[in-house]
Design a protein around this ligand. Structure first.
Ligand code: PRX
Length: 680
């Protein structure tokens, strides 16, 4: 749609101003080796063949007992997949590979410090270590099937070992991102009623050894205050045999795993035969309001979905070296570092530290040294790498056949840099749209079959049938020229089963909006609400604009923050952009724009003007930023997401709240100072 066709919308609609991008096609070489090129997939996975189509996915797993019913809808909308089947996730990710591949590397662990060596953990060693740790959990910690355990660990080989040991016993793990505070960890301990916390003494980030045990102490203290006592803290040591924290070990509560493990050397634990629908793990995610939601993922459905999408969308083959640079503390790491790749018997890379330590070439050196050929990361990381070292990828001898982007909409300008510089013009890219709740991909291209369109995630993944509704429940079809609420019409095996301990919130949040009959046990009556705004182009590809709550309402005209940011990034000097709403007496809200510049570029009023002009040109005057603030850096979370909330508070002269957990808290004061001085 060109800017001349700007659609004037009602309050309930979202305008779409984005230009259509040209298509990119996968190379002949990629197609020749791809796992999925059979066009009958569309027929097999069409809605008429639902739910039996997903049998193909479950057949990728090894079952102790085959299931009787593919989908049981009797407890709608808490769907139960592969009912009657029995399996174990740890068996599927380890034991079943031993016969043919016991000496193959399962995990390449790359420590952050350059002087430390990469560890290569074979499937045999993974099996030994998971068994021994499972024996410890069972024996020493008294854990059994159905218990919950909170894991607050950094990126290290011991994290998947811990998760898989839990899975072997049928213990439900709840991994908390290591960058989260002790308090955030305590909230999750309390909600999941964990009485065991598994942590690590320390880890490296940006060249510093961070003391992590202090967070375990805080977590236990806060959890106790909330009425949940932690009986045992099991601490892995970053350097086995050497305790690296300043915090005291508390007698009777804290134990060194590395010391205890000696008692369990040589022990083996039979995997529990889990029912397909028994929970495998909880993953907490924050909603717009209220406490974090514990998304409960089941064993059979989740593992089938993570495995199949890893095979068909990530295109993982046994000989590939696959690196997903997300953190295992997020769902991406669960599905696409641990469960999917290991279930396929692949070699998966785990990197301890920040992608730009000690310099912007680090990722590309890791890729070169390990022979990584599939790379998976987020637009935030891609922007950071582009900002700090646009020329770096060309300096290293690596070759990706396939790359992924995940987590937020990617601006076409950034996509093109990724494709050209990192993919060296030949890698395919999948822009995978999904959520913590969904377990695996919702929308993506099939890499060996569909062309790519920068900024657009593509059609629904096989067996996923998206639909866009406006606020009145009318369908906005392909080429409607308007965005609305993107929903999924049908259940799929990867979808979470419920919010831990809060079924009502689950039903209300995800199904309440468009449910046709609360008594119905027909899945057709229960479209799943993603909470995202999206539109569908004429060719059927979806473009996600962001969370429905992330729109800025200017004079009743709802603008997606992402499209303003994307327009700003089209200006050559701009490295990062963030837009936030500022209250305006007349228009309701107007956008305030923050940008940071590429290295070596000096801020000037001309650049600010140029960006403002581009936004007006690309989107229209309606989106004209109130101000363009050129900042040295954006306030960011530890996972690298820009904290628009903090910027919004500054723009609206409100209290920014607690910013101590940010990656770069000092920048907040600096930006405030800029506001006071009015220096843009
Ligand atoms: O708004 C969508 C955005 O991230 C949200 C889910 O975040 P989270 O649960 O943390 O999971 C992130 C990893 C799957 C979505 O509701 N999002 C995720 N991927 C994309 C995206 N937006 C646009 N394009 C994507 N590829």
């Amino acid at each position: 749609m060109s800017k001349k066709d700007v659609v004037h919308t009602t309050e309930s609609e979202i305008a779409v101003h984005w230009q259509e991008e040209e298509l990119y096609y996968p190379s002949v070489d990629f197609i020749a080796q791809a796992n999925l090129t059979d066009t009958s997939v569309h027929e097999r996975f069409k809605l008429d063949n639902f739910p039996e189509c997903f049998k193909e996915y479950a057949d990728l797993l090894s079952w102790y007992k085959y299931w009787e019913k593919t989908l049981d809808t009797s407890d709608a909308p808490c769907w139960r997949w592969f009912v009657g089947g029995e399996l174990n996730a740890s068996y599927n990710c380890i034991d079943r590979h031993l016969e043919k591949n016991r000496n193959k590397t399962a995990i390449h662990f790359v420590p952050e410090l350059l002087e430390e060596r990469t560890q290569h953990v074979t499937y045999q060693e993974l099996w030994v270590r998971v068994n021994e740790f499972a024996a410890l959990l069972q024996d020493f910690a008294g854990l059994k099937r159905g218990d919950r355990v909170t894991i607050h660990m950094p990126m290290c080989a011991e994290l998947p070992i811990t998760m898989l040991a839990c899975a072997r016993l049928g213990v439900i793990h709840s991994v908390v991102f290591a960058g989260f505070s002790g308090k955030a960890c305590a909230d999750r301990i309390e909600d999941s009623q964990s009485r065991v916390l598994i942590s690590m003494d320390a880890y490296y980030r940006a060249g510093k050894l961070l003391d992590h045990k202090v967070n375990a102490d805080l977590a236990c203290e806060f959890a106790q205050g909330m009425g949940q006592k932690v009986d045992k803290v099991l601490l892995w040591e970053r350097y086995p045999g050497k305790y690296s924290s300043s915090a005291e070990m508390i007698g009777g509560r804290d134990y060194s795993v590395n010391t205890l493990l000696k008692e369990y050397y040589g022990q083996r634990v039979e995997p529990e035969r889990m029912k397909a629908e028994e929970p495998l793990f909880l993953m907490y995610t924050s909603g717009t309001t209220g406490k974090p939601k514990g998304c409960q993922h089941g064993t059979g459905g989740y593992l089938a979905y993570a495995t199949a999408t890893s095979k068909f969308i990530q295109d993982i083959h046994p000989e590939d070296v696959y690196w997903c640079a997300a953190d295992i503390g997020w769902i991406t790491g669960h599905s696409y570092i641990v469960y999917g790749p290991l279930s396929l018997g692949a070699s998966t890379v785990i990197y301890e530290g920040v992608p730009t330590y000690p310099d912007a070439g680090r990722c590309w050196r890791i890729a070169q040294d390990l022979g990584v050929n599939i790379f998976h990361t987020s637009p935030t990381a891609i922007r950071a790498l582009r900002k700090l070292g646009p020329e770096e990828p060309a300096k290293y001898d690596f070759s990706f056949k396939h790359m992924t982007t995940v987590g937020e909409p990617i601006e076409p300008a950034v996509w093109k840099w990724y494709q050209q510089e990192v993919g060296k013009g030949k890698a395919v890219i999948v822009d995978t749209y999904w959520q913590t709740e969904t377990g695996g991909f919702l929308c993506t291209t099939i890499p060996g079959m569909n062309p790519m369109k920068p900024g657009s995630c593509g059609p629904g993944a096989p067996g996923i049938h998206p639909i866009i509704y406006d606020d009145q429940g009318e369908i906005l079809g392909a080429g409607a020229g308007k965005a609305g609420n993107i929903c999924i019409q049908n259940p799929w095996p990867g979808c979470f089963q419920t919010i831990w301990g809060d079924r009502d919130r689950f039903v209300e949040t995800y199904f309440g909006r468009y449910n046709k009959d609360p008594e119905s046990t027909d899945w057709r009556d229960w479209p799943y609400l993603t909470g995202d705004a999206a539109f569908q182009a004429e060719d059927g590809y979806y473009r996600v604009l962001g969370r429905i709550d992330d729109v800025i309402n200017v004079s009743g005209h709802r603008l997606g923050t992402k499209e303003i940011e994307s327009a700003s990034l089209a200006t050559a000097e701009v490295a990062e952009a963030a837009v936030v709403p500022v209250k305006d007496a007349i228009k309701g809200h107007v956008p305030d724009l923050y940008i940071s510049l590429k290295p070596g570029i000096t801020p000037s009023p001309e650049i600010a003007q140029k960006v403002s002009d581009t936004v007006c040109k690309e989107i229209g005057k309606i989106a004209k930023p109130k101000s363009v603030w050129i900042v040295a850096d954006m306030p960011k979370t530890r996972s690298g997401k820009i904290m628009r909330r903090v910027l919004a508070s500054i723009s609206n002269e409100q209290d920014v709240g607690d910013v101590t957990t940010l990656m770069n808290p000092d920048i907040v004061a600096e930006i405030k100072e800029q506001h006071l001085k009015g220096s843009k």
